[in-house]
Design a protein around this ligand. Structure first.
Ligand SMILES: [Zn+2]
Length: 242
């Protein structure tokens, strides 16, 4: 007997923004869902906070060269999903912290782009989950983004200097945090899984053995699907904001 579906109807939003630490993070966690948002008519913006210069294991590659390659890979991956709005903040990879200045930067972005839905990293370590999801840059981005969504972006008294830049307070309606199979909201990505794979494949500099990666990724998305009654799924913690 199939497991009970833990799913709800897939909602659509006029504008969505995914705020990630590194090139390839949006695609690992949410590319199938981003493609579904695009298919439904959402305007999707991808924000990459670091320059990606610590990706890979070759210490002889110049930071600037690796960043250039990874930015191009992220833009190509986004194009596979039908997204052409990619913002690179360029912070040094591996050194991101949730400072007030970083929170202000994310708040300004949210106010400028006015997304109804924001996707970002898990903001806290869960020791029962694979450690790969808890890169310190991910934690910093997750924390700064949640702090920006609530309360800074919506509170006109927060970062008041942003008003002088024409950045009015903005209320994000929902936050979705990719949590693999531990979420409480599962998105059917059976119609977009091939685009997710195509997007991930664009991050060529990060894969030594693509065939193994592809099989592992498909298996993981199938496992999440089994939990939610779909062929392939991505899982999220869904936060609705009043
Ligand atoms: Zn990352």
């Amino acid at each position: 007997m199939a497991e009970e579906k833990k799913t709800e109807e897939f909602p659509q939003f006029e504008r969505a923004m995914i705020i990630s630490a590194h090139p390839d993070d949006p695609d690992f966690g949410a590319a199938g869902t981003l493609a579904r948002l695009v298919d439904g008519g959402s305007r999707v913006t991808i924000v990459i906070c670091t320059d990606g210069s610590e990706g890979g294991e070759d210490p002889t590659v110049l930071d600037a060269e690796l960043s250039r390659v990874r930015y191009a890979e992220q833009c190509a991956a986004a194009a596979e999903l039908g997204i052409n709005d990619v913002v690179f903040l360029g912070h040094p990879d591996g050194r991101l912290e949730h400072t007030l200045e970083f929170r202000r930067e994310i708040t300004a972005l949210i106010r400028k782009h006015q997304p109804d839905l924001v996707l970002t990293h898990v903001p806290a370590i869960n020791l029962d989950s694979p450690i790969g999801g808890y890169h310190p840059d991910h934690l910093a981005v997750g924390q700064a983004t949640l702090a920006s969504v609530y309360p800074a972006a919506r509170n006109p008294r927060a970062f008041r200097e942003l008003l002088d830049e024409g950045l009015e307070a903005w209320k994000v309606k929902e936050v979705w945090i990719p949590t693999w199979n531990q979420g409480d909201f599962f998105v059917d990505i059976s119609s977009t899984v091939d685009r997710k794979i195509a997007a991930l494949r664009r991050h060529e500099s990060q894969f030594q053995n693509w065939e193994n990666w592809e099989q592992n990724l498909r298996d993981r998305m199938k496992q999440i699907g089994e939990k939610s009654g779909y062929e392939y799924a991505e899982g999220f913690k869904r936060i609705k904001i009043g």
